[in-house]
Design a protein around this ligand. Structure first.
Ligand code: HEC
Ligand code: HEC
Ligand code: HEC
Ligand code: HEC
Ligand code: HEC
Ligand code: HEC
Ligand code: HEC
Length: 454
């Protein structure tokens, strides 16, 4: 071989090696683009975390998870001491979302947090949420399967993910309330083109088990616990102060935030956005949702709240969804419900009573009551319950923590902003209802304020 060539080749190899080392150094020192010194956060147990070196400025996720106590690794996993990104991010739970249902057992569900029920499912959302129809879509699947004669009865057998009832439901109770087998199989299409379309168009999103995909970043947040607890609308961008998060890229929550003050717009990320077309086996998105649905939940409620042609009374748009829908309806009650009707409990009379009787109340006797515990999770304006208070209860005896009897009146406190309302009672009013007809549909024949609203 020519000697000149050999020298040039050797030089090239040396140069490449040098570049490689410089590159590595640069990568290793990436943190210097964010901070001059490593930022050490010392937790109460003495452990040190350095995630804030790069993520300096990130918002505290919520007042009940202070940075000084929780750090970052308790929720996210990863290597707290590492200063290079690859090592720091090794083993991150759920990538961008540690509250995806595939990882909540390790993150939110750690012992002492939100999964350790000690038999009390009311305080264990990590156990109950995966069983809810919002996670399984069991009802929608059964309706379609029955309509197209893929099955002969309406017993629910399928879910978007395979799911076994491991918590509350005994078989007997399931038969009574659940209308589901105790183990739902994952819905797999048999190659039938209609089933394939159903799987792709109807089961891939809009439920709590949706997985993360780079092509469809919205689904990252409209899933798991964040589907409700992290305010997010399709296409949102990051507005906070963490310099590592690209604030021009859609598909990030506006803030690193968890909240229980869930506005109706959040539930509407999935609900009231359009109609399912059975003939096309497609979801047809509404095109009349105002811009304010993302920017200002308080504006344009009449246009925003329900799909056009829905009927509703004043309170059904004045209040937020979570003012009426209870903890067990929304986060599951530990039973594997086969459809939404089975999981849905609240009735108009739970607040308004009937011509025969007022709403039902229970006196809180002990500080340890679940209702007292649950009432502490809202903002400062929301009055916490205490022994002696009277709280409304549903037909299955679940407390409605925001509906109370005070000074002879029935009052409601908004869970979103603490605002106090008087709840008018049907008994003693001029209401012309038939006490036997208590479905919203029948009330709406007289109490419908949607008319005239476009
Ligand atoms: C060397 C700087 C650096 C350190 C140290 C670091 N990160 Fe990051 N992190 C980044 C950057 C930059 C991004 C933006 C996404 C990317 O470039 O991968 C990011 C993104 C993330 C994401 C979003 C992941 C995704 O898939 O979008 C999470 C969650 C995260 N970091 C958590 C942590 C935690 C927890 C720690 C500490 C254990 C940590 N980071 C330490 C630089 C760092
Ligand atoms: C109580 C659990 C919890 C703690 C503690 C926590 N996070 Fe998060 N983090 C989440 C959840 C849930 C999400 C997804 C929702 C969101 O983006 O706000 C998230 C998202 C993120 C993201 C991705 C944001 C994006 O838009 O790409 C980063 C980066 C991140 N966290 C960094 C951190 C750092 C750094 C710390 C420590 C200072 C920390 N987190 C502490 C729960 C937590
Ligand atoms: C990620 C999408 C998604 C979000 C976000 C969501 N839901 Fe749902 N929800 C569903 C689906 C899907 C069903 C019905 C499944 C079926 O019929 O099989 C459902 C059913 C319900 C039901 C009837 C059954 C039940 O479980 O009680 C109520 C009530 C309900 N949702 C209220 C809410 C409220 C209130 C919020 C906000 C706090 C909310 N939803 C947020 C997807 C969602
Ligand atoms: C479909 C919406 C929705 C989803 C999904 C959801 N939550 Fe909730 N969560 C709520 C609502 C609404 C409340 C307020 C309950 C009330 O009124 O008492 C709440 C309350 C809470 C509370 C306060 C205490 C309590 O139980 O009332 C915690 C903690 C909580 N959720 C954790 C979680 C965790 C962990 C997950 C995921 C495993 C999760 N949530 C999923 C809607 C949701
Ligand atoms: C003023 C109280 C109130 C508000 C506010 C409210 N709901 Fe309801 N919702 C009810 C009642 C009561 C029923 C049961 C209707 C019946 O008895 O026929 C119901 C039924 C439902 C159902 C099941 C009915 C079905 O078959 O579709 C879903 C899903 C639902 N609501 C979701 C929501 C969502 C999402 C919001 C907010 C965007 C919301 N609700 C706001 C009181 C309310
Ligand atoms: C969680 C409690 C709650 C539930 C459930 C509830 N309401 Fe209401 N309702 C209220 C409150 C609070 C007001 C007073 C609103 C205000 O003052 O703005 C109200 C007011 C009303 C009014 C009087 C409106 C007016 O014009 O003054 C009617 C009619 C009504 N509700 C019908 C219904 C119907 C029908 C349902 C079932 C679909 C229902 N409500 C479910 C709390 C509730
Ligand atoms: C046949 C028509 C009709 C039906 C059906 C009906 N209502 Fe009424 N309702 C009325 C009338 C009329 C009034 C009296 C309005 C007034 O005094 O200004 C009234 C009054 C009320 C009030 C008291 C409002 C106030 O401000 O004092 C409530 C609450 C109410 N109805 C709830 C319901 C509920 C819940 C249902 C369904 C179970 C229902 N109504 C069904 C006609 C009806």
């Amino acid at each position: 071989m020519n000697r000149k060539f050999l020298i040039i080749a050797l030089n090239l190899i040396f140069l490449l090696g040098l570049l490689e080392i410089v590159g590595l150094l640069e990568k290793h020192e990436e943190w210097r683009t964010f901070a001059e010194e490593p930022v050490n956060l010392t937790l109460p147990n003495g452990q040190v975390e350095r995630c804030l070196t790069c993520h300096q400025g990130i918002e505290e996720i919520s007042p009940s998870h202070p940075i000084e106590t929780f750090g970052c690794v308790s929720c996210h996993g990863g290597n707290g001491l590492a200063l290079d990104k690859e090592r720091a991010h090794e083993g991150l739970r759920g990538g961008r979302n540690p509250a995806a249902l595939s990882v909540t057992n390790e993150s939110c569900g750690q012992s002492g947090c939100h999964g350790d029920s000690n038999g009390n499912l009311y305080r264990s959302p990590v156990e109950t949420v995966p069983l809810s129809p919002m996670a399984t879509k069991a009802g929608e699947i059964t309706e379609i399967a029955f309509t197209f004669l893929w099955q002969k009865d309406r017993l629910s057998r399928y879910s978007v993910e395979r799911i076994t009832d491991t918590s509350g439901g005994t078989k007997e109770l399931l038969a009574k309330r659940g209308l589901a087998t105790s183990e739902l199989q994952e819905f797999v299409s048999s190659g039938n083109p209609l089933q394939e379309k159903f799987k792709q168009n109807c089961l891939a999103s809009c439920h709590l088990n949706t997985g993360y995909s780079k092509e469809n970043p919205d689904e990252n947040y409209l899933a798991g616990c964040t589907a409700c607890h992290t305010p997010y609308r399709k296409g949102s961008t990051y507005q906070g102060d963490d310099p590592t998060i690209d604030s021009s890229e859609p598909g990030h929550a506006p803030y690193h935030q968890l909240t229980t003050e869930i506005p109706y717009t959040q539930c509407n990320s999935c609900h009231n956005q359009g109609i399912h077309s059975i003939s096309k086996m497609e979801f047809l998105q509404r095109d009349d949702v105002p811009e304010s649905a993302i920017t200002d939940p308080q504006a344009d409620r009449n246009e925003n709240y329900y799909i056009p042609l829905a009927q509703y009374s004043l309170c059904e748009i004045e209040l937020d969804c979570i003012d009426c829908h209870t903890r067990n309806e929304v986060m599951g009650d530990g039973f594997l419900h086969g459809n939404k009707a089975s999981a849905q409990t609240i009735k108009c009379y739970d607040c308004h009573g009937t011509t025969q009787q007022e709403a039902n109340f229970e006196m809180i006797e002990s500080q340890k009551h679940d209702a007292v515990w649950a009432s502490r999770y809202f903002g400062d304006e929301f009055p916490e319950l205490k022994p002696g208070d009277k709280v409304a209860v549903t037909d299955i005896n679940e407390p409605m923590i925001n509906v109370r009897r005070e000074d002879g009146q029935v009052v409601l406190y908004s869970k979103v902003n603490g605002k106090k309302y008087i709840v008018p009672q049907v008994k003693g009013s001029n209401c012309e209802q038939n006490p036997q007809e208590q479905n919203a549909e029948s009330c709406h024949t007289c109490h419908d304020i949607s008319e005239g609203i476009k």
